[in-house]
Design a protein around this ligand. Structure first.
Ligand SMILES: Nc1nc2c(ncn2[C@@H]2O[C@H](COP(=O)(O)OP(=O)(O)OP(=O)(O)O)[C@@H](O)[C@H]2O)c(=O)[nH]1
Ligand SMILES: [Mg+2]
Length: 448
């Protein structure tokens, strides 16, 4: 797990620009401007850039052409010179025209929040699927912005700048180029979606394969940087001593964790071995953030869909973050978007070591909330107990006639102690079982 960035290398400087307006419609959960600016700083750092200065303005509404007021936009251009900044990054979302105008005024690339998140994702994507997903989201983001890029050429080619003639009937260079670009991009988006569809089919097959393995699936979800990957690694370490001989050791299966937004972009699924053989599959995936660009949610849908099929969601929250309630709301909204709104959940309040000590705060706060720390290990055994209870513990009674060919199913049921009675019959094995929910679908096809 080495950091690919050379810490000594000078990072490109960016000026962070924020507009405090009455118009807060782009803030999904209505979090504060200050919180959003702090988060933007972390996002800029996650993009391997450094914030060299910050500029804010209070306005009733963004200016249509330049987002900032004209004077402020000029001030920004001066700051770019003074701090030798290479980028300007805006807290809100800019229209294509605003972006283009601000780029002309400052002379450096201007990004907004969506741009920045897409850029982080494109730098981090490692697997083929993640790379395709990011490319697709990027192209969909670029499509409406092409007009801004070719506007100036369109004007030159269309009516000329000398003011001599009327409109020519033929299209301007910009317009033609725009059409060509649009067609090419649409074609590429189509290609990407086909390739992603194929990968999605493989994923579905893999999922079905895992289901035949008859283990409950537990998915880690939550706001970025909450500690999902750290929790997975902690559980992998604990599971190491229960790993049967001959199985790959967990040390080789650890996932990347770092104090950085969007450290994880791909989904990893690992088997967690437990001492009482109530093993489960744990998945770790990309974190959520407020206003996650829509194109990205769409593009990452298949990766995130693991959550929809999970038996249990562990919603990991950074309990020491003053905005964790916002993070929880953003997570719930995203889950609803992914049609995982009804999956059983446990709220895991991580980083409890950073909270002021409070003897009146129990580790298990209520039926579905638990305080843990992956740093100190506090609450981890209680968490494992809870996972066990919410997966294997919710048994359903069933009587079934298993065909002799389903020895695998019988074995799995034996391992987790679900069999109440077993009797060999000429046409199969008659069983009475109190079986955990993840077995139920598979078993119910043989119900009598
Ligand atoms: N103090 C403290 N820090 C923690 C704890 N758990 C995780 N961290 C730190 O929080 C940071 C983020 O951890 P990750 O596990 O990478 O978070 P994540 O939720 O996987 O983040 P993304 O992959 O970016 O969505 C790291 O620097 C961890 O060391 C904890 O219990 N206590
Ligand atoms: Mg992670």
């Amino acid at each position: 797990m080495t950091d690919i960035i050379n810490e000594n290398e000078e990072l490109p400087g960016a000026i962070l620009v924020g507009l405090k307006t009455e118009n807060i419609e782009f803030r999904e959960i209505n979090s504060s401007f200050e919180h959003s600016m702090t988060e933007m700083k972390a996002l800029i750092e996650a993009c391997d850039m450094e914030v060299v200065s910050t500029l804010t303005q209070v306005l009733e509404h963004p200016e249509a052409g330049t987002y900032l007021g004209k004077g402020k936009a000029r001030e920004l251009a001066e700051m770019v010179e003074e701090y030798k900044a290479q980028y300007c990054v805006f807290e809100g979302n800019l229209s294509p025209a605003q972006m283009k105008n601000l780029q002309d005024i400052t002379g450096v690339p201007v990004w907004d929040r969506t741009n920045l998140i897409l850029e982080i994702f494109s730098r981090r994507a490692k697997t083929r699927e993640a790379k395709l997903q990011v490319e697709s989201a990027y192209l969909q983001f670029m499509l409406p912005r092409l007009t801004g890029m070719w506007q100036h050429l369109g004007r030159q080619g269309g009516s000329g700048s000398g003011g001599g003639g009327g409109r020519r009937s033929s299209k301007g260079i910009g317009e033609t180029q725009l059409e060509l670009d649009r067609r090419q991009i649409n074609h590429r988006i189509h290609e990407l979606s086909k390739e992603l569809e194929t990968l999605d089919k493989t994923r579905t097959l893999q999922r079905k394969g895992r289901e035949r393995g008859l283990l409950p699936s537990v998915a880690l979800v939550g706001y970025t940087n909450a500690g999902k990957s750290s929790l997975m690694n902690h559980l992998l370490s604990l599971s190491e001593e229960n790993t049967p001989l001959g199985e790959e050791k967990n040390a080789e299966k650890k996932v990347f964790e770092k104090d950085m937004l969007f450290a994880t972009l791909d989904t990893s699924i690992r088997r967690i071995y437990t001492p009482n053989k109530k093993d489960f599959l744990l998945s770790d995936t990309v974190g959520f953030i407020e206003n996650l660009p829509h194109g990205l949610v769409k593009a990452f849908r298949s990766t995130l869909e693991e959550t929809k099929y999970a038996d249990l969601l562990l919603i990991v929250l950074d309990s020491a973050d003053p905005y964790h309630k916002n993070h929880k709301a953003v997570t719930e909204n995203t889950l609803k978007d992914l049609e995982a709104g009804d999956v059983k959940r446990l709220y895991v309040m991580n980083k409890s070591d950073l909270l002021p000590p409070d003897p009146s705060r129990p580790i298990v706060a209520n039926e579905n909330t638990i305080y843990i720390s992956t740093k100190t290990g506090s609450g981890i055994s209680e968490l494992l107990e809870k996972i066990n209870e919410l997966t294997y513990g919710q048994s359903k009674h069933i009587e079934a006639l298993l065909p002799f060919s389903r020895g695998d199913l019988l074995n799995s049921l034996h391992k987790c102690g679900a069999i109440v009675a077993e009797q060999y019959a000429p046409d199969g094995i008659k069983i009475t079982a109190d079986c955990p929910p993840h077995f139920y679908d598979e078993l119910s096809q043989y119900a009598i």
